[in-house]
Write a protein that binds this ligand. Structure first.
Ligand SMILES: Cc1cc2nc3c(=O)[nH]c(=O)nc-3n(C[C@H](O)[C@H](O)[C@H](O)COP(=O)(O)O)c2cc1C
Ligand SMILES: Cc1ncc(COP(=O)(O)O)c(C=O)c1O
Length: 201
């Protein structure tokens, strides 16, 4: 596999369309968070870690998610800007895995999304020192109350809160099959462009 490049490739677009269709199908079920995927990262120490994030956009530029830039995942991404994002939609019996390089989005794009978030979530974004030890629940609640007082009107985006784009080098779609003969289709970026292949389940 290769580092991502600006791919205006039909196969890449086909893969993205298929992921978007799966998300659309998931959105028509009663799933609590149909855009939730598990993001796996590993820093210099090499230990893989994983956690759920919400997908906030998907287009040719990549898969967008937002988080705290001081979090454990952000620390690992600063050491090794590569990740895998895996969705499993139980009611669909479908899985998608997107693997790629991760880039920080611009401040302007982060500002735009931040402004759309509910005030409560904005307060949470300021109050939470994500991934750091917390003395007590009360400490967090007091910080949230302090933020509420500090910003009676508009709440600006905290400098430590932004987004990342996962720029795909591979996209794999999985659908459950009879007798564990699942269907696996993998799109992969090669020097000549995107390729599509079937994989054994
Ligand atoms: C359904 C769901 C969605 C979540 N979405 C996000 C998200 O979009 N961004 C985020 O930073 N954390 C999100 N979280 C919390 C993360 O899973 C995780 O606990 C947090 O980001 C800290 O991860 P880290 O310590 O590995 O950096 C979500 C959790 C769940 C269960
Ligand atoms: C800490 C955190 N940040 C970000 C998100 C996702 O973004 P938003 O709150 O804007 O939906 C979540 C979603 O659960 C979250 O828990």
């Amino acid at each position: 596999m290769n580092e991502p490049r600006s791919a205006s490739d039909d196969l890449y677009r086909e893969a993205l369309d298929r992921v978007k269709q799966a998300i659309e199908r998931a959105s028509q079920t009663d799933l609590y968070e149909p855009t939730a995927g598990v993001l796996a990262t590993a820093g210099n120490a090499g230990w893989p870690t994983a956690r759920t994030v919400l997908l906030k956009g998907l287009d040719e530029a990549g898969a967008l998610f937002y988080t705290n830039l001081c979090s454990r995942k952000a620390q690992q991404l600063s050491e090794n800007p590569r990740a895998s994002l895996c969705f499993f939609w139980q009611p669909l019996a479908e899985q998608v895995e997107i693997c790629g390089s991760v880039v920080r989005i611009s401040a302007a794009e982060a500002d735009e999304y931040w402004a759309e978030r509910p005030r409560d979530s904005q307060i949470g974004g300021w109050a939470s020192d994500q991934s750091q030890p917390l003395e007590s629940r009360r400490e967090l609640e007091e910080r949230a109350a302090e933020i509420e007082r500090r910003f009676p009107d508009r709440i600006p985006r905290p400098p430590h809160w932004s987004g990342y784009r996962l720029v795909p080098v591979s996209i794999e779609l999985w659908r459950a099959g009879e007798g564990r003969l699942h269907e696996r289709e993998r799109y992969e970026l090669h020097p000549e462009g995107w390729e599509r292949m079937l994989l054994n389940p």
